[in-house]
Design a protein around this ligand. Sequence first.
Ligand code: NAP
Ligand code: GCO
Length: 264
Amino acid sequence: MVNFSLKDKVALVTGGSYGIGFAIAKALAQAGARIAFNCRSEEHLNQALSDYQELGIDALGYICDVTSEEQVQHMVEDIKQRMGIIDILVNNAGIIKRIPMTEMTVDEYKQVIDVDLTAPFIVSKAVIPGMITKGHGKIINICSMMSELGRETVSAYAAAKGGLKMLTRNIASEYGEYNIQCNGIGPGYIATPQTAPLRERQADGSRHPFDSFIVAKTPAARWGTTEDLEGPAVFLASDASNFVNGHILYVDGGILAYIGKQPK
Ligand code: NAP
Ligand code: GCO
């Protein structure tokens, strides 16, 4: 019997206050895991704690900026004391800045790299020793279409997500012998606050041009929902994927396989 159960596992989902992180944390909890999550905003934290409670999930929430190694190490140690050593880490927290590269400041570029690439390094570095002690571990890095493709205005994000793909493969390579599997999920275009600007209705009530573009680029002919990511996350967090390592699982409705619908 394939084992998708996460019973008694301790899972940390970074950026788990809403969006993709919240959905993945919910799914891991429904598969039996105990959930810890973090974000930067106290308002988001309190709303998320209430939202998890409404689902019957007794989550541990932390105000922790993933770019701060000190804050991350304190959070990981506190989780260990209150829940136990982390078995599952989802590096989900992320930002994007949509600015033409020649207009982007180096500081803006570094901010995106810090959250989307350096932070997964920081958090993984903090949890791997415990996973080695326990003799197992699952790390899931939330990559992107931009781990494979570029587009205008997202240079920093694409550089970060491309690097995150290779960080995923390197963690898999370096720690596979300790029964730690590190994989990525590459969501397509998902309806969350992060992509809301790309779906805003125009002044005349018509769809945003990017909205129509993405639907034409997706064989599924729709935006993804956070629910579309729940099953893949449970799979990669469970014993069912113990021989899957260094893999980026694209959950994109087929975007990467498709040239796009011919305009009428
Ligand atoms: P979102 O709606 O903007 O949510 C981001 C989450 O990360 C929030 O909980 C946010 O909470 C938290 N966060 C941001 N910066 C943080 C920091 N420095 N420290 C701690 N928490 C931080 O984003 P999303 O659409 O759910 O995306 C989640 C992940 O999926 C990101 O890595 C994104 O790049 C990736 N992704 C998204 C899509 C998509 O289409 N939506 C597709 C592919 C990949 P606070 O603001 O309170 O900190
Ligand atoms: C963008 C979008 C994308 C998505 C996602 C696609 O501006 O192109 O924000 O980057 O967030 O990463 O997989």
